[in-house]
Design a protein around this ligand. Structure first.
Ligand code: COA
Length: 394
């Protein structure tokens, strides 16, 4: 029996009943019956629906999928039309182009205006990725939207699903701040690897301009809006592009980067509870976040390299979250990577949070900087605090 098959074998009668004598009660029998009916329905639906091969592993009619792999079939991006240069910001706060460029590498950032929303950016990036992948939206099984700034508190993945016409796809949001896309990429791959999904769309996007305090020079210079997307599609297990990954959270350090809810603490009967709820502006301890990033990025990439049985010399392109050029340079230096192996577009877009890694990837593919077969080291880090990395054979 394969490892995958072993993993889904129905528990023994004793485990199901929880009784020492192993005898089943009427309730136990109903429970097991329901499990079997669900499993049988699952087999029938999938054989008819997607035609993937399945193996029935026990008399209890539980199915196991053949283990598959995932590869990126297409990438896309969407950037708001309006941009704000450092000089523009110097009219809002006491800053200047030289300070911002030297400390961060940022020259401008894009911000949504008019009808632009997270949904419109996400849908545009998604359509471009689908077109390049030559996959129809109707053929998507899953949409994961990594974002911290949905248009609706219940999430924006479903509105993107509707906007692009991905009728049969499950769609949900994933909130992990600037690490969101990398975590989404790993998640999407896992759904393909073991969950029987064939085509998965992973979008990373944020519109943090809504939460930036445009009077605070310490934060308003950093953030911009944008979205990127990639279509993952199933391939053989051997050809899986995800070679290793590493993901972490540390909520004890949450206070370093927050945009908290304020209101009436959600007390339903309190005065004004129905109209006072709001999220604060972004508040950040810049130096602490900087130190955290410089420490954790090399650590997590090293762990992913180890999981992939690779070393830093194997990296063709470092695709890091674009938060600060000095953080990117520091990581590149630690790995001994020359400038041509480092993807950077922070000067143009600033920190687009969950959008930054897929936008950087998309641009690198468009310019030919990333080619088929390249080994990519992705890493994201940010609020939560969260940090994650993945080694990917493109
Ligand atoms: N323009 C001009 N001066 C500024 C300024 C601005 N936009 N922002 C801060 N300053 C001033 C400070 O007031 C301080 O002045 P003082 O010395 O008179 O007190 C001085 O510049 C140095 O401030 P400091 O906060 O120590 O600067 P820094 O070198 O740490 O750079 C960041 C600030 C925010 C650029 C940097 O800490 C950083 O990038 N941190 C990581 C943030 C990040 O990546 N967040 C997102 C993670 S997803």
């Amino acid at each position: 029996m394969s490892a995958a098959a072993r993993a889904v074998v129905v528990p023994s009668r004793r485990a199901v009943t929880g009784r020492d004598d192993g005898r089943m009660t009427r309730v136990d029998r109903q429970h097991l019956g329901r499990r079997r009916r669900r499993a049988s329905a699952f087999v029938a639906r999938d054989v008819g629906g997607r035609g993937r091969s399945l193996s029935v592993v026990t008399n209890a009619a539980v199915a196991a999928f053949d283990v598959a792999g995932a590869r990126i079939a297409g990438v896309g991006k969407a950037i708001p039309e309006k941009s704000l240069t450092n000089d523009d910001l110097s009219e809002l706060v006491d800053t200047n182009d030289e300070w911002i460029a030297t400390r961060t590498g940022i020259r401008k950032r894009h911000v949504i205006t008019g009808d632009e929303t997270l949904t419109s950016l996400g849908a545009k990036a998604a359509m471009q990725a689908l077109e390049r992948a030559n996959i129809a939206a109707e053929d998507l099984d899953l949409i994961i939207l990594a974002t911290s700034s949905p248009d609706d508190i219940f999430g924006s993945a479903c509105t993107i699903q509707a906007a692009i016409g991905a009728k049969k796809a499950l769609a949900f949001d994933l909130t992990a701040a600037c690490s969101g896309f990398v975590i989404g990429l790993v998640n999407g791959t896992q759904f393909i690897r073991s969950g029987g999904y064939k085509n998965v769309l992973v979008i990373g996007g944020d519109v943090l301009s809504r939460y930036v305090d445009w009077r605070d020079r310490a934060t308003c210079i950093l953030f911009g809006d944008g979205a990127g997307a990639c279509v993952l599609t199933a391939t053989t297990a051997d050809a899986c592009s995800l070679r290793g990954f590493d993901m972490h959270s540390d909520g004890t350090q949450n206070h370093h980067l927050i945009a908290q809810y304020v209101g009436d603490n959600g007390k339903p009967m309190s005065e004004g509870a129905s109209n006072n709820g709001a999220f604060c502006n972004i508040s950040m301890s810049g130096q602490d976040v900087f130190k955290f990033a410089v420490r954790t990025v090399p650590m997590t990439v090293n762990k992913s390299l180890k999981a992939a049985n690779m070393s830093a010399e194997d990296i063709d392109k470092l695709v890091l979250h674009q938060a600060n050029q000095r953080i990117i340079d520091s990581a590149a230096q630690r790995f001994g990577l020359s400038e041509d192996k480092v993807v950077s577009n922070i000067a143009e877009y600033g920190n687009t949070s969950a959008g930054s890694v897929p936008i950087a990837l998309c641009e690198a593919v468009e310019t030919g900087a990333v080619k088929e077969g390249d080994i990519l080291a992705f890493a994201g880090f940010g609020a939560g605090l969260t940090w994650a990395s993945a080694i990917w054979k493109f």
